[in-house]
Design a protein around this ligand. Structure first.
Ligand code: SF4
Length: 350
């Protein structure tokens, strides 16, 4: 048998894994010149305007999130999230603390929305999510923010806590698209989403960035004001739909995210978040190549000090075991910073 270059490389220890990783990385690189955001295709097919109408009709008996309050937000009735009809924006700016494929050299164009239908007791954004600080903006104002973020060079429009303002976002995106928006939308959500509403975003959102915070209903119920014991099941269903729409992460030649699913999971003290079940679920139900960010930054925020099991930071041991579970589950696309944190924590442990 002739010794080809491939056969020679395959004879080396660990080579099969290396070749597999290279092939995957080649497949996931796309020429940015030939790439277009999904919403342009939807517009060309004539479906975008109908989506806006459909999305706004949900506001009339609001079922935008799994709380399904049924209030008419078009007549200024407020539900559990306390959100009005218009979007409330706390801030918009390039963000350099997000995942590296979103940040690139020029930042992720982040719009922070106020209010939230989940409201975790350990929320790091509590002044906006719990207290509702911010300014009401029209859909035209929101479109202008998107265009400004594009003008200053951001790589995407990163919509933080978008669930309860989804109709506003869809309408603003079309306004901005007509004025030249060409960046991918990144839907940065708690994961507490109705799958029906995620389906409405098919062909509009290119990058989904959901959390999967808890794997156990009792833990979920304990640590958010919505008392959402259905959080794990609801979020898992929504994330499967997100993955169906956009698949694994696709990046351009600079490594900038263009399309795909990126999942976040915050390691919590005392294994409250169910990290082992999380990584095994991702490997079995999405893809081992799913971009997964296992986050080490849990801190005692807002009302977390009232809950004994989460009233401390995580230990190095807790983070190392979380990452080792992820690797043992076969996850191959772990966030670079989480891998770097693993090394730091291992060094601390000696
Ligand atoms: S978005 Fe707000 S009003 Fe609508 S169902 Fe959710 S919590 Fe209730």
């Amino acid at each position: 048998m002739a010794v080809t270059r491939r056969r020679f490389i395959l004879s080396l220890p660990g080579a099969a894994l290396l070749l597999d990783a290279c092939a995957r990385s080649d497949q996931s690189r796309v020429d940015p010149e030939s790439w277009e955001p999904a919403y342009l295709k939807l517009e060309a097919e004539g479906g975008f305007a109908d989506r806006i109408e459909e999305a706004y009709s949900i506001l009339e008996a609001c079922e935008l999130c799994p709380n399904r309050c049924g209030v008419n937000r078009r007549e200024d009735q407020r539900g559990f999230c306390r959100a009005p009809e218009k979007a409330v924006v706390y801030s918009f700016h390039p963000h350099f603390g997000e995942e590296l494929p979103l940040v690139g050299a020029d930042g992720s164009g982040t719009i922070f929305f106020s209010n939230c239908g989940l409201r975790c007791v350990f929320c790091q954004n509590w002044p906006l999510a719990h207290e509702g600080l911010g300014w009401e903006v029209s859909d035209e104002n929101l479109a202008w923010m998107m265009l400004e973020l594009q003008r200053i060079g951001c790589h995407n429009i990163n919509l933080v806590t978008p669930t309860h303002v989804m109709p506003n976002i869809v309408a603003a995106t079309r306004i901005a698209m007509e004025k030249g928006l060409r960046l991918p939308l990144c839907y940065n959500t708690s994961g507490y989403e109705r799958v029906e509403n995620v389906r409405l975003l098919d062909g509009i959102v290119d990058i989904y960035l959901p959390d999967l915070k808890f794997m156990d209903g009792a833990e979920a119920r304990r640590y958010n004001l919505a008392e959402a014991s259905d959080y794990p099941e609801t979020a898992r269903k929504a994330i499967i739909e997100m993955h169906r729409q956009v698949g694994d992460l696709i990046q351009d030649e600079r490594g900038i995210a263009l399309r795909g699913l990126m999942v976040r999971h915050l390691v919590m003290p005392n294994r409250v978040a169910g990290t082992r079940a999380f990584v095994e679920w991702v490997a079995e139900n999405l893809s081992p190549n799913t971009y997964v960010n296992i986050m080490a930054q849990y801190r005692v925020e807002h009302r977390a000090f009232e809950y004994e099991r989460i009233a401390r930071a995580i230990t190095p041991e807790e983070f190392v075991e979380a990452m080792e579970w992820a690797q043992a589950a076969g996850l191959t696309n772990l966030d670079q910073r989480s891998l770097a944190n693993l090394e730091v924590y291992r060094q601390r442990l000696g």
